[in-house]
Design a protein. Structure first.
Ligand code: SF4
Length: 98
C-alpha cells in the first residue's frame, strides 16, 4: 500500500520516459532521488563490487516490498539491486519458496 506523496510524477523524470509501463510504486522510489549516474554505479555494480551502498538506500525506501516483489515476479531475471536484493539473492529466494 502506497502512502504519502510520491517523489516523482509521471513525466517528471528522464528515468520514466515510458510512463505507461511504469508501476505506480516507481514514483515513490528512493533511488530515483539520487543522481542517475550515481544510481547506475551503486545499483548496477560491476562483478565483485559491493551492493551495500545500494542496499542501504533500499532499506530506507518506502516501496521496498513492492520493488522486491516486482523484481521476484519478473520472468527475465533482472541485473542489479532491486528491493535490497542482488540477482543472486533473488535467485535464492525463488528457490526457497519453490
Ligand atoms: S527498494 Fe531500492 S531499488 Fe527498489 S525502488 Fe526502493 S531504492 Fe529503488
Amino acid at each position: 500500500m502506497l502512502s504519502g506523496s510520491p517523489l516523482w510524477q509521471k513525466g517528471d523524470s528522464e528515468r520514466f520516459p515510458d510512463a505507461g509501463s511504469v508501476p505506480e510504486w516507481h514514483y515513490y522510489a528512493a533511488c530515483a532521488a539520487i543522481d542517475i549516474d550515481e544510481a547506475d554505479r551503486l545499483f548496477f555494480p560491476g562483478r565483485g563490487q559491493s551492493v551495500n551502498a545500494a542496499r542501504a538506500i533500499c532499506l530506507r525506501c518506502p516501496v521496498l516490498d513492492d520493488c522486491r516483489d516486482w523484481a521476484l515476479d519478473q520472468t527475465d531475471e533482472l541485473y542489479g539491486v532491486w528491493g535490497a536484493t542482488s540477482k543472486g539473492e533473488r535467485r535464492q529466494l525463488r528457490r526457497a519458496v519453490a
